[in-house]
Ligand binder design. Structure first.
Ligand SMILES: Cc1cc2nc3c(=O)[nH]c(=O)nc-3n(C[C@H](O)[C@H](O)[C@H](O)COP(=O)(O)O)c2cc1C
Length: 205
């Protein structure tokens, strides 16, 4: 059980000071996904998961539409879900590859399906999907803050209509990601990172 505690939720209108944070900068500089297949129990307990999802809900959200929701897969229900998905793997273009990918679904103790759920509104649907992506990113960071490894996976089953039906998605909804969360047996190794200077352009016309 983690010793991390969230501060009391701010009330509407409370001032939220913007202060330098070495801890936050270090956490961002060291953010790294763990291989989903390497994640094992224990995952977050119910209280920790609620806190992690509370942090993810602080994602920027144009129009305050809350255009996303979470489906939690854990315990026996996750096992049953994986069995259904395995049945569907045999009808994919490359059944062996589709089945092989399922280790990422079966190994971690917990999956949070982030559903992008755009609302009828003036805000472009694209921006609502971007907000769902921001939720996924915050979810990875929040899991790391609580000491858990996490990985954002879509794979074939994130797009398969049969899996979307199994999850009970509405026609306008899509899977932004399966966020796998668990204990990372080994520290993930740093990967190649972008050379930021190559990505920065000063507009000067
Ligand atoms: C939308 C999205 C979908 C992804 N889907 C997969 C996937 O299906 N399989 C996979 O191996 N990695 C997938 N990834 C990449 C991993 O989540 C991870 O970002 C990547 O391994 C790089 O590691 P890092 O997060 O530590 O930078 C996806 C990432 C994003 C943003």
């Amino acid at each position: 059980m983690s010793s991390i505690r969230l501060p009391a939720a701010p009330e509407m209108g409370d001032p939220l000071a913007v202060t330098p944070s070495q801890a936050l900068a270090t956490a961002l500089a060291h953010r790294r996904s763990s291989s989903a297949a390497s994640l094992s129990a224990p995952g977050p307990n119910a209280e920790e998961l609620r806190d992690i999802l509370t942090l993810a809900c602080r994602a920027p959200d144009h129009g305050k539409l809350e255009p996303w929701r979470f489906i939690v897969l854990s315990g026996d229900a996750k096992v049953r879900f994986a069995e259904e998905v395995r049945r569907l793997a045999s009808s994919q273009a490359d059944p062996a590859k589709a089945e092989g990918a399922l280790i990422k679904l079966t190994a971690p103790p917990l999956a949070v399906v982030v559903v992008s759920s755009p609302k009828p509104a003036k805000i472009p649907e694209w921006e609502q999907h971007l907000s769902a992506g921001a939720v996924c990113t915050l979810l990875l960071l929040a899991a790391q803050a609580f000491g858990f490894g996490a990985n954002w996976i879509t794979d074939w089953y994130g797009y398969a209509p049969e899996v979307q039906a199994l999850l009970g998605l509405e026609p306008q909804e899509s899977v932004a990601g399966f966020i796998y969360i668990g204990s990372a047996k080994e520290a993930p190794l740093e990967r190649v990172r972008p050379k930021v200077d190559r990505l920065i352009f000063a507009w000067n016309s």
